[in-house]
Write a protein that binds this ligand. Sequence first.
Ligand code: BEZ
Ligand code: MG
Length: 577
Amino acid sequence: MKAPGTAEERDRIVLRLYEELLEIEQRLIPTGLHIFGQAPAGRALADLLRAVAGFDRPECNLRSLPELVAAGLGLPSYATLLTESAGCEQRLAGREAVEAIVREAIDTYLDRGSGAACQFLAGRAAVDLQASQGVFLFLDQIRAQLAVNREEDALVRALRGEYIEPGPGADLVQNPRILPTGRNTHAVNPYAVPSRAAFEKAKTVVARLLERCLADLGRYPEAMGMVLWGMDNIKTQGEGVAQALWLMGVEPLRDAMNRATDVRIVPLEELRRPRIDVVMTVSGIFRDLFGATVELLEKAVLRVAALPEPGDVNFLARHAREQQTSGVCFEEAAARIFSNAAGNYGTNVNFMVLDCHWQRVDELGELFLTRKSFAWGRTMGGRQARELMERALARVEVTYQNLDNAEIGLTDVDHYFEYLGGLTRTVELQAGRRPNAYLSDALTPAVKIRTLEETIRLETRTKTLNPKWQEGMLRHGYRGVAEIEQRVANTFGWSATADAVDDWIYEEIAAAYALDTSMLERLRALNPHAARSLVGRLLEAADRGFWKTGPSAVARLREIHGLLEDELERVAPTRPR
Ligand code: BEZ
Ligand code: MG
């Protein structure tokens, strides 16, 4: 951050910093693993219910608690307070007042019931009793369903080969109808994707994403590489699909049976921005589950690529025309939906990274291409199309993925770095420059677009380096240590695939887990194998140049690693000092 010049500038910086701290503080952070058959309780339950009550539920005719409180206090809408709090002290104060009242209302509800909570809200923020009663009735249902936990029973019945009743799969905050858990998660009807709600939300997300690109690049990106997953599009009823369509400037059209089988080209006067060339990397699961959606996306690509519009307002058409001059047919020049070969899944980039089976970062991009360069859709039919994918990716300036839930983030699993990281490395390989990488986060009512680097910083602060998260994991014994180790390994995966991890992140992970003697001793006692891998991964980060640190830290880590290794091999009885 630049040193502030004037007092006003200083105030602005402090305000922004404060807003970032609020964001870290308020994130819904799972602080432990799910234990089969156990429902959340205590603080975790309060935080979960607060998150659920944080969204309007038009399907139940309910306003969110923050909106009710903001209206009761005579403030602008909570959504406005959220958007404007980073730049205006008065808005920030309003936002904090609303959030404090909502927090107290949820605590009151859990301690003394809905009547007391409604009275509290009426007294403190003039919230209409009937409106707040509706919200708490809704929360009552959720609590009751959380308490009827049939997970163990359902598992035993499934093992016996009995029928398990189906239920939707989603994030609890986004779709409380997933309760009770312990049901057989069913997918969606691909013809219903994207839903109307998903499409409306996608318009806002795309607007924010393009605003951010404009701010960072100084112009619209001509081509964007996007990751689409099956589970995410099930959970969100196709938000990712809707974003891809809207980036190209088309809307789904529904037939007489309400099936999304066609697209409407949105005229440029209505769109008021260029059509973006979207290169879609879809998972094997998406390809299998969303056959009809792949055809819808393909229809959109072919129609937009064929429009007789100028190249500076229709990047996709211009790129396809350019590519046709080199002798490929129109359908090949417009191939934009890539996945694995039929029957194949995953990029394997995660396995290559985690097993240390690579020398140059380019190898990761090459593997990604080998696995994912099969072109799908009615015209391409899943045939290998490596050159077409290379050409399409060489134009990509921005890579992007939609984050769909609060529970699983970028460093929780290896799949985000294998996909978005793998794609980013492949684009760098083809284009000769690292694209900007972005993620959208619509987990709160205010849509946020963050760069990959910003998202990793946020997750590192809220999870990896958060003592509450650490203790939550350590309560799970050896498994918790394995989770910590995996998170460090997944963080490393973002260095390997996208150079997206700051030095301070490794520095502080080393300080928290390896160089802190009492923490190291806890890790060692609970799971010495994971402790050794964690230290080994930090050394690998330093060896490969992802983490620039002093020789003394490396020497100390080598010593610790050696001692852990000796102990595991029972060479020497000493413990790391
Ligand atoms: C999917 O839902 O498409 C998916 C799930 C796990 C890893 C990668 C993709
Ligand atoms: Mg997995």
